[in-house]
Design a protein around this ligand. Structure first.
Ligand code: SER
Length: 631
């Protein structure tokens, strides 16, 4: 079964069972829409939905929706060193169905089972994947001091036909969704709870009944693969500790599309599925007759394309650094340590027009820019690589005594020669030399702290953001700034390329080819301050997409929006907001909020604060960054 079919069956199956189909959020986390911004990329389908899993109502057309289904773009770099084997990738799509305080264990388990095992020829909306129930094994939570043994889930599995001896009780390490590492100290924070996982036997002969020990061995040997995880979210974690019950019990399920495709297409690795094979055809000749390198090229270029399409640009910090690392590692794996425009173009075409045809319009629309960004990075990398390799030789010959590259040296390779740590690791591995990674991380952090006073700001806020009045003010200030930039720089300039908000300041990246003059900055400040003093109302409307587009409201990140879109208007003249009235608004943007109710709130409790641009600087070619405050 083709991956396209798997995805669309999943969505239809749950749509028929009362779930609203929602689009994937951007790959990049953002607090623009009340989401968390403490991690850089969405690493699981639940991540963009955290505010709703914590209790915020999910509204469509002003109606609260309690069942959702989607396929979310995700990026994980924790296993980056394993990419190149049969199962690891950095980018993946996660299929998920969600109950926000609605159904719980019984329906979640029953539907997971039905979708996996229903006939491929069932009527539309009931069509399943046709998997053999005799090859399914499930795990449930064994219980600990936080929560008891999940006998309820085990009973449900039994009642729908999984024999008792194929249901295994496992501890929290495997059967508890730990939340997301989402605060300054990198602790688990957010909705959490026990989970039940489904595994499928992919051996030719079939393994039959297995004891728990045999099952665990089969899992280690990749003879059974985990294909789905149902999480029953009941608790909230803060700083790594459960602090209480969630206001509502939720269901978060996640099934990796790449894994399902591997099982259904009967390949023994993700790179032979239709999600990768056309990319492997291009990566093949580039990868020095080495399957691992070919897979790294295919995976990393695919991830890079998705990241760039969602607004990330290579740089030495945060998201930009992750992109740079991934991109350079891919380039490093090629025969000539470079990638040409035709090759990049083929990758983009295959992704936009073959593998994800019609799904991610932002890739097709930005094709030229994506090719240019990757090509430029490749060229820039080329210019330093030979010098870097010489430096690497020098470092390693002088450190031969210890057989270890120090953190400082690894950092010099990175900061002066542009070698991402993975590449230094890769080279070190080839020469069987150790590398002090921890030392590198320390140097990296020290450098970030020194070079950007605000480097650690991204870790601030996190889940508290949506409730922090200062953060909410800065959200609204960002919309005013966005429009004011258009007013001053011209309608085709000042397009949003990124935004990051903390309780101390806003940061806004936008398109403009030159440094802004002092006069332009003053004008922008004056406009924003005028709009604040004018005490303009801020209104939110959730309307069908077609109508939303008619309002001419700004949208950004080339994101794909759902059937219904939330728009924020600043300065509607009528107090009965409607799409027809939208012409009168000063600012209109697709956005999930949160925002203040009136711009005067930006002037602070005593009405004296002013909007002030603190800094205007280049981020990359054609992209500028403003940092601004309300003081
Ligand atoms: N959050 C769970 C996971 O990512 C289920 O979606 O596995």
């Amino acid at each position: 079964m083709q991956s396209f079919e798997i995805r669309s069956r999943f969505l239809s199956f749950f749509e028929k069972r009362g779930h609203a189909v929602i689009p994937s959020a951007s790959l990049v986390t953002s607090n623009e829409k009340g989401e968390t911004n403490a991690t850089l990329f969405n690493t699981a389908g639940m991540q963009p939905l955290i505010p709703y899993l914590l209790g915020k109502p999910y509204l469509i057309d002003n109606r609260e929706i309690k069942r959702l289904v989607n396929a979310q773009k995700c990026l994980r770099t924790v296993d980056i060193d394993d990419v190149g084997d049969k199962t690891h990738a950095t980018f993946f799509e996660m299929l998920g169905n969600w109950s926000l305080g609605d159904y719980f264990k019984w329906e979640a388990i029953k539907w997971s089972y039905e979708f996996l095992t229903n006939s491929v020829d069932a009527p539309d909306g009931d069509k399943g994947l046709g998997l053999d129930p005799k090859r399914l094994y499930v795990t449930v939570f064994a219980g600990d001091s936080d929560s008891g043994r999940d006998d309820e889930s085990a009973k449900i599995w039994e009642s729908i036909g999984i024999p008792k001896h194929r249901i295994y009780f496992k501890d929290a390490a495997s059967n508890w969704w730990p939340a997301v590492k989402n605060d300054k100290e990198n602790n688990w924070t957010g909705p959490t709870g026990p989970c039940s996982e489904m595994f499928y036997d992919i051996t030719k002969e079939g393994l039959g009944d297995l004891t728990q020990r045999q099952f665990e061995q089969a899992d280690n040997d990749q003879k059974v693969v985990e294909i789905w995880n149902d999480v029953f979210m009941e608790f909230e974690k803060k700083m790594g500790k459960i602090v209480g019950n969630l206001s509502k019990k939720n269901v978060d399920t996640g099934a990796g599309l790449e894994r399902l495709a591997t099982v259904l297409q009967k390949t023994d690795n993700i790179y032979d599925t239709d999600l990768f094979s056309p990319l492997m055809a291009v990566a093949g000749p580039m990868g020095r007759d080495d399957i691992r390198r070919q897979r790294i090229i295919a995976d990393h270029i695919r991830s890079s394309i998705f990241m760039i399409a969602d607004g990330v640009r290579p740089s030495n910090t945060d998201k930009g650094y992750i992109l740079r690392r991934i991109l350079r590692r891919a380039i490093f794996c090629t025969e000539n340590k470079k990638i040409n425009e035709n090759e990049i173009s083929s990758f983009v075409e295959i992704i936009a027009k073959v593998i994800y045809k019609g799904m991610y319009e932002n890739i097709e629309k930005q094709k030229e820019e994506i090719v240019e960004v990757i090509f430029k990075e490749s060229e820039q990398f080329r210019r330093t690589i030979d010098k870097g390799l010489k430096e690497f030789d020098r470092i390693t010959s002088s450190s031969r005594d210890t057989d270890c590259i120090s953190g400082k040296d690894a950092f010099i390779l990175f900061s002066t020669y542009g070698f991402p740590i993975e590449m230094t690791k890769e080279l070190a591995k080839e020469r069987k030399i150790e590398i002090d990674e921890k030392g590198f991380e320390n140097e990296f952090e020290r450098h970030q702290a020194l070079s950007r006073a605000g480097a650690s700001q991204k870790f601030r806020g996190g889940l508290a953001d949506a409730d922090d009045p200062m953060v909410v003010r800065y959200h609204t200030a960002t919309h005013l700034l966005h429009q004011a930039l258009h007013d001053v720089l011209g309608e085709n300039e000042g397009n949003q390329k990124g935004s990051n908000i903390t309780s101390e300041r806003l940061r806004f990246d936008f398109t403009y080819g030159a440094k802004m003059t002092d006069e332009q900055k003053k004008k922008v400040e004056n406009i924003v301050n005028e709009k604040i003093s004018a005490a303009l109302p801020v209104n939110n409307l959730i309307v069908p997409r077609a109508e939303a587009e008619k309002t001419g409201a700004k949208h950004f990140f080339g994101e794909k929006y759902g059937e219904h879109v939330s728009i924020y208007f600043i300065g509607l003249s009528s107090n009965q907001p409607s799409v027809d009235d939208s012409k009168n608004a000063y600012s209109k943007e697709f956005c999930g909020g949160p925002h203040v109710k009136n711009t005067i709130e930006l002037a602070g409790p005593e009405g004296r604060w002013r909007f002030k641009i603190q800094k205007e600087e280049a981020v990359s070619q054609g992209i500028r960054r403003i940092k601004a405050v309300l003081v």
